[in-house]
Design a protein around this ligand. Structure first.
Ligand SMILES: [Zn+2]
Length: 112
């Protein structure tokens, strides 16, 4: 399993690795941040045997997240439920929701 063509690979830094550590830790950081914004708390990332994929899960709700340092061209390098759903157990980030203003035409209808 070769990592993508990064500069480190050209200089042989990845020689004895099957993945690019710099890229992997950057993706893990990103995953933690994105999951955190939805209230999740990610545990340890565990490498999946034979894959360029690390898996982690929210310690509160158990929903998974995956990081792939060598995805296929049409695959994401970061995916999982914690990135798209709010944690049901976590601290919800207060949403700054403004009530939708009524369109002018509708207000006129209500006035009449
Ligand atoms: Zn969660």
């Amino acid at each position: 399993m070769k990592c993508k063509n990064c500069v480190a690979g050209l200089f042989g830094v990845c020689y004895e690795r099957d993945y690019c550590q710099t890229e992997q830790s950057a993706l893990v950081e990103l995953a933690r941040r994105m999951a955190g914004e939805r209230g999740h708390q990610l545990g340890e990332f565990v490498k999946q045997e034979g894959l360029s994929v690390w898996r982690s899960a929210c310690s509160l709700c158990g929903q998974p997240v995956y990081v792939d340092v060598n995805p296929a061209p049409d695959e994401p390098d970061l995916y999982g439920d914690v990135l798209v759903t709010d944690c049901p157990q976590g601290e919800p980030t207060p949403a700054e929701e403004q009530p939708e203003p009524l369109p002018a035409s509708l207000e006129e209808v209500f006035k009449s």
